[in-house]
Design a protein around this ligand. Sequence first.
Ligand code: MG
Length: 576
Amino acid sequence: MRNRLRFLILLLSAGMLAAACTGADGGDPGGDAAGDGSYPRAETLFTSGTQWGPPSNWNPIMNWTYATGTVGLVYETLFLYDPLTDEFEPWLAEKGDWTDDTTYEVTLRDGLTWSDGKPITAEDVVFTVNLGEMESVPYHPLWEFLDSAEAVDDLTARFTFKEPRYQQWANWVYFNPIVPKHLWENKSEEDVTAGANEKPVGSGPYLYETHDQDRQVWKKNDKWWGKEMLDLDVKPTYVIDIVNTSNEAALGQLLQGGIDLSNNFLPGIATLVKGGYQLQTYYPEAPYMLAANTTWMVPNTTKAPMNDPKFRQALANSVDVGKIVNSVYGQIVQAADPTGLLPIWDKYIDKAQVDRLGYSFNTGKAKRLLAQAGYRDTNGDGLVEGKDGAKIDLKLATPSGWTDWNEAARVIAEGAKAAGISVTSETPADTVVQDMRESGEFDIILDNQRQMDNTPWRYYEYVFGLPVHKQQTTVNYGRYENAQAWALVNQLDGTKIDDLAGMKAISSQLQRIQLTDMPAIPLWYNGLWAQASNAVWTNWPSAEQGGPNYLPTMWRGYLQRDAIKMLTELRPAEKK
Ligand code: MG
């Protein structure tokens, strides 16, 4: 068995694109990395795919780097949000309501305690929101529109808004964890936003057990409130998240039953799912994975000829996305809708408008668009020159080692060339590409952002965000300036979350601008990479009717998107 697996792994590696961030080689990928015997295997859940270095902080405020599970297993949020059903579920909160247009009140469940036994009160909620007044706290922008936070009584917190941004607030209440005031109130800003927060004290179903260079170990909290109040019980006694060395190593561990859930990008997994290795993905067929975020081609709209919307449209029509989906990804991703809105936001897509204005791979149309806009091949080399006759040679930068993106970039360059646009793929180091996109010193990049969230406002904030700064660090890397679009984005933010018709109307106007002007060109949806082994645990989330239908991932920010429920549904595999 072992030899056969090893052979299989080699075979796969050879044909497989090494994924982003591949570091060490697989070595003996089975090894003992995931099972040193100190924890009963049948009671332990092994995960991987989130952590790319040794766990070094347990600080829930550092939401891009905390040890896997810090938020979700230990620190909890007021609500959960399920992207698959578009529903909020009260979690630490019993309820939350707008009592008038500018006042929101949240009521906590009665009888919640921190893992040190102290009660969880409205003071903790107010304290956590107030931390956002520190500029380096990621949710500092909340205070642009929040006026005050106060505890009305032990269980009720009241928030008064200068300007209600309903969409953004709805996002806040499920994304950001509540921290205990009694342990955090004496921390400096430095400590709050950059401290390791060793031995974290939270409210969730797991407790810190230990960690090492290669793993994070959590142990079940038998006193978790959810058992009694929700009749929910997490099944594994231990959750051990293994630090990634390479995606190939993760694949080896998965095949040998050393990892139960891999959230790594494993190209070639489609073959294995069909091959009887007790592996499963969310969908049993293509696209196998849920769509987690959108990958765009981002042209720098401050540089000619990318400053011309007609040219950007031609570029959009030149890309053979089907080839990227099939050849580069082996069908584990899906082509994006021309709006780029994720499948979970399908109800916001104005389909009639997309039929009129949308684009698809069509080299002839790309050529016509170029000709109509005045781009001609004046020197007979088969490639168009600029309107002033200057040579066009655009550089498309993707990070070195991100081989799926490097391959996709080659497909894009090939399609552009067929349409008469010279695009050259280049692969600088990851950090260099980051600098390029932040400083605006690039022609074209690929970018993927904006996860499965409660509101398309999050998506449009990325595409249209203003003002454009000299350094763009989080949104609108293409530096597209359209004040009308940005006003619509803010109008969307100020729309109540139950006003679906209002959200759709504004979203439709934003789609028209996006499809006409092409500030960012949606290409495919990056998958919520997830492959589960049924060797030790079964009943994994799946699209099948009647099964547990949650997001099968440990990625940061996702346990509060209902993925925590996955742990309450797992069942031990039957002994063979
Ligand atoms: Mg030419």
